[in-house]
Design a protein. Structure first.
Length: 205
C-alpha cells in the first residue's frame, strides 16, 4: 500500500533538560536526505566542541523505512533509542533530533539517561510545528501551443504543482502530482494522445 502523505516538522526547533548538573540541549530539524543530516550534525559538533556527547536519531521516507540512532559513547540504547522513540511516537518522518550533553559530574544511570534524552527530545518537538506533506512524483506534459487551454485545465483539475515551463517547438510543463491522483492522470493521458498531448511519468526513488 502506497503512502500518499506523511507528517514532519515545519522548521528547526530546540529543547532543553537538566538533571543533576548534566545539561541536555536538543535540536530538531526537518531533513530530506542523509546529506542534510550530515550537515546539521556536523554543524552542531563544531558549535559544541566541548560537549561530552552528541546523540541523535533520524527517520526518512514517507514509509518511515529508513532510520538510525546513535548513542555516541553513552551506554547502549540509553540515548539514541529514546530519541528515535520520541520521533516515532509522533508518527513523524524526515526528522533529525540531536541531543548534546554536557556532563555535570554525577552519573544518571541507564534509566536516568533514557528519561533525560527522551525528555530533551520531547521538549524540542513540543516547540516544533508539525505539518502534513503530500507525497508527489514528477510528471512532464509535452504539447503544442494550440493545446495550452486543455493542458492548463488539466493542471488546475489535478492540482499539479508546476516547477518549470519551456516554450520551444513543443511546449513542456514539468510538474509534481500527488501520488493519489496518478491513476486519474493516466486515464486522462490516454484520452489526450489524440490531441497531440503526451504525458510522461518519472517516479522519485
Amino acid at each position: 500500500m502506497e503512502t500518499d502523505a506523511f507528517l514532519t516538522i515545519q522548521g528547526p526547533s530546540e529543547g532543553f533538560y537538566k538533571e543533576k548538573g548534566s545539561k541536555f540541549y536538543a535540536f530538531a530539524y526537518p531533513v530530506n536526505n542523509e546529506e542534510d543530516i550530515k550537515e546539521f550534525t556536523g554543524h552542531l559538533r563544531k558549535k559544541f566542541l566541548d560537549a561530552r556527547h552528541h546523540c541523535y536519531a533520524w527517520v526518512l521516507g514517507a514509509d518511515h523505512a529508513r532510520f538510525r540512532s546513535n548513542d555516541d559513547g553513552e551506554p547502549g540504547h540509553s540515548a539514541g533509542d529514546p530519541i528515535l522513540g520520541r520521533i516515532r511516537s509522533g508518527a513523524l518522518t524526515n526528522v533529525l533530533i540531536v541531543v548534546v550533553r554536557y556532563f555535570g559530574g554525577t552519573k544518571l544511570g541507564i534509566s536516568g539517561l533514557i528519561r533525560a534524552y527522551k525528555t530533551a527530545a520531547s521538549d524540542a518537538l513540543d516547540h516544533a510545528i508539525v505539518r502534513k506533506v503530500s507525497v508527489t512524483v514528477p510528471v512532464r506534459i509535452i504539447y503544442g501551443y494550440e493545446s495550452t487551454t486543455v493542458v492548463m485545465k488539466l493542471v488546475d483539475e489535478l492540482k499539479l504543482e508546476i516547477k518549470n515551463r519551456v516554450f520551444e517547438h513543443n511546449c513542456i510543463i514539468e510538474a509534481e502530482i500527488k501520488v493519489n491522483l496518478i491513476d486519474m492522470l493516466k486515464k486522462r493521458a490516454g484520452l489526450l494522445i489524440g490531441q497531440g498531448i503526451e504525458v510522461e511519468f518519472e517516479r522519485k526513488l
